[in-house]
Ligand binder design. Structure first.
Ligand code: SF4
Ligand code: SF4
Ligand code: FES
Length: 260
C-alpha cells in the first residue's frame, strides 16, 4: 500500500446501503468501519483509498492483489486475494508488495523438458522441507507442494498440469521457509510442456501452412472489398457451431474450408 498499492483520496465513498452492519478493520494500522459484505478490495476503496497498484481483474484471475492479514487474538498470518476475501471484524490488513522472487532467464527452445533443467534454473526447490505452507496459502486451492515435488522428480507434465490454475499471486512464495519461487517453477514446467511435450495440434499446423501458402488471401480480399452493411449481414447469417455439437462438426457451406 502506501506509495505502492493505494493512494489516499480526499473523499471517502459512501456505502450504497447505509443500513448494512459495519465491522471494524485496520488498514496499515488505522481503524475503519466498513460494511460487512465488502471484499478487502472494496473495503480499501470504501475507506478512501484509490487502488493504483496491486489491483487488476477484480475477479480472482490476475493475482495482483495478494494481501496479508492477521487477527489480534491469533498468532497465524493469513493470506488471500483482496478481491476475493470478504472482510472480517478486527482484520489487520496490509497488501504485500510485488514479491522480488528468483526469476530465471532462459531460451525455451534450447531447454530440455527434464528435472535437470528445473534443477539448473531453480536449484532452491531442493531446499523444500515439505511443510505444506505453500499449499495452505494458495487462494486457487492448488497443491503447490505437490507440483514442486513433481518438478523435483522430473515429472514436467504432472507439474504443468497441477500448476495450471496458478494466478502468479506470489502468496506461496511469501510464506515459503525455503525461499522458493514456486510460481516461477510452475510456469517453467508449463512452458516446457507446451513447447516440448504436448502433442502438436494437426489442425493448427494445417492452418499455419494455409496462411503461409496464402490460401486465405482471396477470401480476405473479398471481405476487404465489402461495405460495412454487407459485412454485418455476412457475419449475422454465418453458420454457428451448436453448443452441443458432435465431436466433429463442419458447416454445410464449405467454400471457406481449405482441404489439404
Ligand atoms: S512452503 Fe516451501 S518448503 Fe514448505 S512445502 Fe512449500 S515449497 Fe516446500
Ligand atoms: S501457486 Fe502460489 S502464486 Fe500460484 S496461485 Fe497459488 S499461491 Fe498464488
Ligand atoms: S485483482 Fe486480480 S486477482 Fe484480485
Amino acid at each position: 500500500m502506501g506509495n505502492r498499492a493505494v493512494k489516499p483520496k480526499k473523499t471517502v465513498s459512501k456505502s450504497k446501503d447505509s443500513s448494512e452492519k459495519r465491522v471494524p478493520i485496520f488498514i496499515m494500522g488505522k481503524k475503519y468501519e466498513v460494511p460487512e459484505s465488502l471484499t478487502i478490495q472494496k473495503a480499501l476503496e470504501y475507506a478512501g483509498f484509490q487502488l493504483i497498484r496491486g489491483c487488476g481483474c477484480r475477479g480472482g484471475i490476475c493475482g495482483a492483489c495478494g494481501t496479508v492479514y492477521r487477527f489480534p487474538d491469533s498468532y497465524r498470518i493469513e493470506v488471500g486475494l483482496a478481491c476475493q476475501t470478504v472482510v472480517e471484524p478486527n482484520m489487520y490488513i496490509t497488501q504485500i508488495p510485488f514479491f522480488p522472487a528468483n526469476k530465471a532467464t532462459y531460451d525455451l527452445e534450447k531447454l530440455e523438458p527434464t528435472g535437470s533443467t528445473v534443477m539448473a534454473l531453480y536449484p532452491e526447490i531442493f531446499k523444500c522441507v515439505g511443510c505444506g505452507t505453500c499449499t495452505r496459502s494458495c487462494p486457487m486451492d492448488i497443491d503447490v507442494m505437490e507440483y514442486i515435488s513433481l518438478a523435483i522428480r522430473g515429472d514436467i507434465a504432472g507439474a504443468a498440469e497441477l500448476s495450471f490454475d496458478c494466478v502468479m499471486c506470489g502468496l506461496c512464495t511469501a510464506r515459503c521457509p525455503a525461499e522458493e519461487a514456486q510460481y516461477n517453477v510452475g510456469i517453467l514446467t508449463r512452458r516446457l510442456y507446451g513447447r516440448h511435450i504436448a502433442p502438436r495440434a494437426k489442425h493448427v499446423a494445417e492452418s499455419v501452412e494455409n496462411i503461409q501458402k496464402k490460401r486465405f488471401d482471396k477470401g480476405l480480399k473479398t471481405l476487404k472489398s465489402m461495405n460495412l452493411e454487407s459485412l454485418k449481414r455476412l457475419y449475422n447469417d454465418r453458420e454457428i457451431e451448436p453448443d452441443m455439437a458432435d465431436e466433429f462438426w463442419e458447416p454445410e457451406d464449405k467454400k471457406y474450408i481449405i482441404v489439404q
